[in-house]
Ligand binder design. Structure first.
Ligand SMILES: [Zn+2]
Length: 208
């Protein structure tokens, strides 16, 4: 009796997680890997919603990480990567095949919690759960890492093979903006080298 109760509650957890992942439009392949449900059972669940009532994505799950480094998405990917670490979705040491090693019932529940927490804080977020799953995989394999901005200590997602000076986008833009302002000032220097009333062009000026 006890064994059948445990099996029932375990099966209920699997179904509840599958419904949650379906609502997040997670690929069928990853729903099966996370819940342990068969492909057929997930398809039956999808049919129970009614054809077309739940948006579905066709084809293979995303594999490219370039989306995480696009200007508008990098801060969001960095925040989600930091959450993946806080929610312990990513192991402390790199693993070889995260697609096989990570997905599981408890992992899937924490994944949903972390993503839903993030979306409650940032409702306009654009990265999907499918992309969040890919992010946890590449972080777990050490192909991307979470580092800290050299200036403000914010968490930033980096490619350890490509990273140079570590700055978050805000600090990067502040530095670039400072450079532009200095160049504009220099361009405004008249031919006689005197700016405004008395300041000669070659004299030490304020840094900011
Ligand atoms: Zn910064």
């Amino acid at each position: 009796m006890r064994v059948s109760e445990d099996r029932y509650s375990q099966d209920l957890r699997r179904l509840e997680l599958a419904h949650r992942l379906i609502q997040h439009e997670v690929r069928t392949q990853w729903i099966c890997a996370t819940t342990g449900l068969t492909d057929e059972r997930v398809r039956n669940l999808l049919h129970s919603y009614g054809v077309g009532s739940v948006p579905r994505h066709r084809g293979a799950p995303p594999t490219s990480c370039t989306v995480f480094f696009r200007m508008a998405k990098h801060p969001e990917a960095s925040a989600l990567g930091a959450l993946a670490r806080l929610w312990k979705l990513v192991p402390a040491s790199p693993i070889r095949n995260a697609r096989q090693g990570l997905p599981g019932l408890e992992w899937g529940e924490r994944l949903c919690e972390a993503f839903e927490f993030f979306r409650a804080l940032v409702p306009a977020g654009v990265l999907s759960v499918n992309q969040f799953i890919l992010l946890t995989f590449v972080l777990a394999e050490g192909r991307l890492v979470i580092a800290h901005c050299a200036q403000c200590q914010a968490a930033i997602l980096i490619d350890p093979l490509a990273a140079k000076l570590l700055r978050c986008r805000v600090c990067e833009e502040a530095v670039a903006g400072g450079g532009r302002r200095r160049r504009r000032k220099a361009e405004q220097v008249p031919a006689d080298g005197v700016v405004g009333d008395r300041m000669p062009a070659g004299e030490q000026q304020s840094l900011f």
